[in-house]
Design a protein around this ligand. Structure first.
Ligand code: PGA
Length: 249
């Protein structure tokens, strides 16, 4: 069975409730015919507005982060059961901005991935190398270390319940996209790492993220190991995002 394409809109800290509602109302008729999984990742405050508008459509909703504990004295945090209660289906974990600005560690991510799966939330786990690591020829080492730690608590069939987003840090928000060859080569490497951990790697969805736009999406998505895209800047405009969904077929 071919893997279903997976196209996700990571809004980051953008869009009020009113703006989120407007986006969804414009997007839905544009993507009515898609066969892909389309996922929108709003900030916490707009989750419910998006969930309510997408009922009866193919659009899934993901949060951008969560805490690994289900409740407790963690001011400012949100837990997996709280997201599930809102009918949120997925959660982005380990985005490089969270690693860089909020001290997200691989050890915490390992616990978050387990907690998300236990709550039946689909983790979208982000991994990726810095520019210095790529230039130094350390891309595979960095990715392997991230994957082995972040997936440390997941075994067997559960591995393919995780969606992995390959997001080279140097390509995020910079307008510098990885070439289709770089994206393919690195996503294939990620699939091999998961295969070596005993996962059903052929079922695993691996996304590319980093300056994906309507103009480059088709080429990136045509690579055999690139199963989708995690889109930031171009996902703020419903027409641009719909163009990327269309490129996935
Ligand atoms: P970008 O962001 O598309 O703006 O590069 C991607 C991401 O951070 O997920």
């Amino acid at each position: 069975m071919p893997r279903t394409p997976y196209i996700a809109a990571n809004w980051k800290m953008n869009k009020t409730v009113a703006e989120a509602a407007e986006f969804i109302d414009t997007l839905l008729p544009r993507i009515a015919a898609t066969q892909s999984d389309v996922v929108v990742c709003p900030p916490f405050t707009a989750l419910t507005a998006v969930v309510e508008r997408r009922y009866g459509t193919a659009v899934k909703v993901a949060a951008q982060n969560m805490h690994e504990e289900s409740a407790g004295a963690f001011t400012g945090e949100v837990s997996a059961p709280m997201l599930v209660e809102l009918d949120v289906e997925a959660v982005v974990l380990g985005h490089s901005e969270r690693r860089q600005y909020f001290g997200e560690t691989d050890e915490a991510l390992a616990r978050k991935v387990v907690a998300a799966l236990a709550a039946d939330l689909e983790p979208i786990l982000c991994v990726g190398e810095s520019e210095a690591a790529r230039d130094g020829g350390e891309t595979e080492e960095v990715l392997e270390r991230q994957l082995q730690t972040d997936l440390g608590g997941v075994e067997g069939a559960d591995l393919s319940r995780v969606v992995i987003a390959y997001e080279p840090v140097w390509a995020i928000g910079t307008g510098r996209t990885a070439t289709a060859e770089q994206a393919q080569e690195t996503c294939a490497f990620i699939r091999d790492v998961v295969r070596m951990r005993g996962g059903a790697a052929d079922d695993l969805r691996i996304l590319y993220g980093g300056s994906v736009k309507p103009a480059n999406a088709a080429e990136l998505l045509s690579q055999p190991d690139v199963d989708g895209a995690l889109v930031g800047g171009a996902a703020l405009d419903p027409e641009d995002f719909a163009g990327i969904v269309e490129a996935a077929g």
